[in-house]
Design a protein around this ligand. Structure first.
Ligand code: FES
Ligand code: FES
Length: 155
């Protein structure tokens, strides 16, 4: 079986796996990284959203071979030790989560959005395609704006 090496949440990981194995399966079932959730498995719900080289991606539709030599960040790698990422803190401050299932993916999508666009409009935020069956979209919008301000103060 081929071997693939990549960075995962700040650590180098080497995995023996089929080249076409979806990275979500590798993360959850082989590496015990369960923050990225399995919703649809076909790139639609975006519950698995994580970062590949800093950009939002869906590991359910990305093969392990395509991640070799690259850097993956999941929700587990977002905080700096005990210091939450400003987006995570904003999520708490705005009490965003309901059932919580979609929320790791929502947060990772929000972090990627703010990295590309520090002051997103409502339309920019609404362009995030992550699905929330609990309908937390209004609070997500508030939290992203709160985090946008916090990140602005920081920079
Ligand atoms: S599990 Fe639905 S997009 Fe990945
Ligand atoms: S909080 Fe329940 S699906 Fe989003």
């Amino acid at each position: 079986m081929p071997s693939f090496t990549f960075q995962l949440n700040g650590e180098e990981v080497t995995l023996d796996a089929p080249a076409d194995l979806p990275m979500l399966w590798a993360l959850r079932d082989m590496l015990g990284v369960t923050g990225p959730k399995y919703g649809c498995g076909v790139g639609v719900c975006r519950a698995c959203t994580s970062h590949l080289d800093g950009d939002a991606f869906q590991p359910c539709t990305t093969a392990v071979a395509d991640c070799a030599g690259r850097t993956i960040t999941t929700i587990e790698g977002l905080a700096d030790g005990d210091q939450l990422h400003p987006v995570q803190q904003a999520w708490i401050d705005e009490d965003v989560a309901q059932c919580g299932f979609c929320q790791p993916g929502q947060i990772m999508a929000a972090v990627a959005l703010l990295a590309a666009n520090p002051n997103p409009t409502d339309a920019d935020i609404d362009a995030i395609e992550n699905v929330c069956r609990c309908g937390t979209y209004v609070r997500i919008r508030k939290a992203i704006k709160l985090a946008s301000g916090a990140l602005g103060v920081r920079s």
